[in-house]
Write a protein of this length. Structure first.
Length: 474
């Protein structure tokens, strides 16, 4: 762990497994409640001095940190692949994308501005000052263990906060590598702290600690609800980026090649483990057969295999538990009448005897009320259902407790405008596949979240406002 600028061993450890081989690649500390308290206290002790530094100095340190990430790009990408299982090319993409948040938020060093309002009384001014919230707790998932760490750290630090970050217990190595570079970049002790271990103990202790004023979380809906309940005890702010069930709507006037390509990319990137993935495809009945034929052909061409090898499109699922969850969802859908157009089971064979492999899968004959259409699959499985009209597609898309992302492929401007107005989601992709930009605003509607990350709106969560009434002698 990295606490107050020092490395600390754990009294107990847990192994980190390579999901492609099931081999242990490291042992990582399980933080005790004292470790958690120490990390939070170190963040508190460092915060005021950090916030009082000219913002441009904080920006320079983030820029320096980004340079070191560039230098160690290869090592970081390999670390991501070894602990999470995404193909190396995707891991390089994650390093570069993640690193761009350091540079983007560093530019806010001269751009966090307050307001001066006209006063109602004579010889007065009213100021609204943005100020750091103080200590931030960040709890992150396993699917982008590097990028999501930077996504939280960079805005927290530029705003003058200090941070305690807990990576997922299965993918802690990227965050620890980031801490090593923080040290080298000259980030002062206590400004960034990393504690490791399970969510149920270490995460829980972090959230219940009364010092942090903001809990920024990315992960599942169930954990998000629990964090919100625990944070309420301290009236701490929460920003929750939770799960999704993105509908992918294909109208009969669209560019079919683009739609098929987009559907595959959006479902199978990172083995389907992206919160904005195409979780349920709705295709207009006029083109359903042709779309399906092309989709299945493309899915069958996906190369599943060693994520370190070039030419691999998708690697394993991240863990046995995740693999079993996907297996169970598909088996249940099959029992309810879903048909397997391709895939539909664990991948077996000599090369796959170890590791958590699942066949790229397309399911048809699904109904809206099946669990496979309602629950987040988070794996390489896409259920496809047809519809007969635009209104029906909108209703199906909105029939979900989630509201993170949605996709629409059409060339009809009226349909585009109606979707923009009516779809219940925080992120809408029209005629293009995933993913988001660092300066957009990544936020879930409905049970997909509260608050949000990225851009200037994401930065807002790391600031609180102080209103100052100043009387001067006229
Ligand atoms: P998860 O909720 O199981 O775990 C996320 C983190 O929370 C981990 O670090 C875990 O240790 C911790 N945690 C678990 N229980 C806790 C508790 N009681 N108190 C505090 N912390 C606790 O989620 P996951 O399986 O790691 O990630 C997959 C989920 O994340 C999916 O639902 C996915 O959609 C979502 N996700 C959302 C976004 C987004 O931006 N909206 C991005 C990536 C992933």
């Amino acid at each position: 762990m990295y606490i107050g600028g020092k490395w600390k061993e754990g009294q107990t450890t847990i192994p980190v497994l390579n999901p492609a081989t099931e081999e242990s690649i490291a042992s990582v500390a399980v933080a005790t409640s004292e470790d958690v308290d120490d990390a939070v206290q170190a963040a508190k002790d460092a915060q005021q001095q950090w916030a009082r530094r000219p913002a441009v100095e904080r920006g320079d340190l983030l820029r320096r940190w980004a340079e070191l990430v560039d230098r160690d790009r290869e090592k970081l990408a390999r670390t991501i692949t070894l602990e999470e299982g995404k193909p190396l090319a995707e891991a390089y993409g994650e390093v570069d994308f993640g690193n761009s948040w350091f540079r983007y938020y560093a530019e806010f060093d001269r751009r966090i501005e307050g307001e001066i309002l006209p006063a109602d009384r004579p010889d007065e001014q009213i100021w609204i000052l943005p100020q750091p919230v103080g200590v931030v707790t960040a709890i992150i998932p396993w699917n982008y263990p590097f990028a999501v760490a930077v996504r939280k750290i960079a805005p927290a630090l530029i705003a003058g906060n200090t941070i305690v970050l807990k990576p997922h217990e299965e993918t802690p190595m990227s965050a620890l590598e980031l801490a090593r570079l923080a040290d080298e970049a000259g980030i002062p002790p206590g400004v960034v702290n990393i504690v490791t271990g399970p969510g149920e103990t270490v995460g829980e202790a972090l959230v219940k600690n009364p010092i942090p004023r903001l809990i920024t979380f990315t992960g599942s809906v169930a954990t998000g609800k629990r964090i919100a309940r625990n944070a309420a005890e301290n009236v701490a702010l929460v920003s929750l980026e939770l799960g999704g069930k993105a509908p992918f709507i294909v109208m009969d006037d669209c560019d079919l090649d683009a739609a098929v390509e987009g559907a595959v990319t959006s479902r199978f990137t990172n083995c389907g483990q992206v919160c904005i993935c195409n979780e349920r495809t709705y295709v207009h009945e006029n083109i359903a057969d042709e779309f399906l034929d092309r989709l299945v052909a493309k899915v069958q061409a996906i190369q599943v295999g060693d994520p370190l090898a070039s030419g691999t499109d998708i690697g394993p699922k991240v863990s046995l538990a995740e693999l079993e969850k996907v297996t169970q969802y598909v088996d249940e859908a099959k029992a309810q009448g879903a048909k397997v157009a391709t895939g539909g089971a664990r991948r077996r064979g000599d090369d796959y005897a170890k590791g958590y492999w699942y066949e790229p899968t397309v399911l048809t004959n699904v109904r809206q009320d099946m669990a496979i259409m309602q629950k987040e699959i988070f794996g390489p499985v896409v259920p496809v259902m047809s519809f007969s009209g635009f209104d029906e597609a909108m209703a199906l898309a909105n029939d979900s407790p989630f509201g993170l992302a949605a996709y629409l492929y059409t060339n009809d401007m009226h349909q585009v405008m109606r979707a923009v107005r009516d779809l219940e989601c925080g992120e809408l992709y029209i005629n293009r596949s995933l993913g988001e930009s660092i300066h957009g605003f990544h936020s879930g509607w409905k049970q997909s979240g509260i608050g949000g990350d990225d851009g200037k709106h994401g930065l807002d969560h790391y600031l609180q406002k102080k209103t100052v009434y100043i009387k001067y002698d006229g």
